[in-house]
Write a protein that binds this ligand. Sequence first.
Ligand code: C2E
Ligand code: CA
Ligand code: CA
Ligand code: CA
Length: 276
Amino acid sequence: AKSRGKNAYQVFTPELARSVHAREHISRELHFALEREEFSLRYQPQFQGQQLIGVEALLRWHSHVLGDVPPGEFIGVAEDTGLIFAVGEWVLDHACRQAAAWHAAGQPLRVAVNISPRQFARQDFVTLVTAALTRHALPARLLELELTERLVVEDLQGAAAKITQLRQLGVLVSLDDFGGGQSSLSYLMMLPVNALKIDRNFVVNAEQNEAGQRVIQAITTIAHALNLHVVAEGVETAAQLSLVSSLGCEVVQGYLLGAPMSAEALTGGRTLPAPS
Ligand code: C2E
Ligand code: CA
Ligand code: CA
Ligand code: CA
């Protein structure tokens, strides 16, 4: 087939050879990362107007052999090798623990956790989420799960049923990287999610041309008609902030408002509002 021909060609490029090599290294070291305690979480603030309303937990891996490896390079390997189950459990557990600590300190802050498609596909996924909430005595409304459209492609009905169960627990669910992949309106209509996260590329496009602005406008109009919040990701400049706000995105996240940071940096800094 056409795609096989393309891959066969790519095997002989040095770049791919290097990246295959890198994947082997990553895969080998990833096996030990948990027991060596090489993972940590960073938290990136999400704002609604001036108010900090939550954070996204982002995984960091400092390998003592490979150094810092960005998630874009190891998450895929973890998915392919099945390590994502253990890694995903670790992320969920640590994010819930941190959210519970903030809650106990009188500064409740919702924590959003990225869920990989294979993790979500597990039969016992909802049970694992319930267990994490119970283990840390975390109110479900302080946990948000970020799902990507990739996970629903194969089994839309099954995904919708699982999301319904999560919503019944009180957990919030958002659709990440919306507009990036196989987005379709039918997914949006069938999945009982709370929010959409608009891919950073859309934010950049909107700044460049009017068509890009109309796309965001259309997404927010549809989302609001379905009672969904819209989060704009990757907002880097004041111009982008005012643009996406004017186009109907009510929540914003990006370097302009705060990079992913340690829990201490977040709570120690000025970003956290006084408890109400
Ligand atoms: P994502 O979920 O779309 O996360 C947003 C990414 O954009 C993060 O990259 C974040 O650091 C980056 N970012 C935030 N603000 C800005 C900005 O203003 N400008 C730009 N250019 N980038 C910004 P990061 O941390 O490298 O994560 C990359 C991806 O890896 C994530 O994309 C997510 O898909 C995945 N990932 C990260 N942590 C986890 C995890 O715990 N579990 C799973 N399954 N995936 C994860
Ligand atoms: Ca995300
Ligand atoms: Ca995203
Ligand atoms: Ca992304």
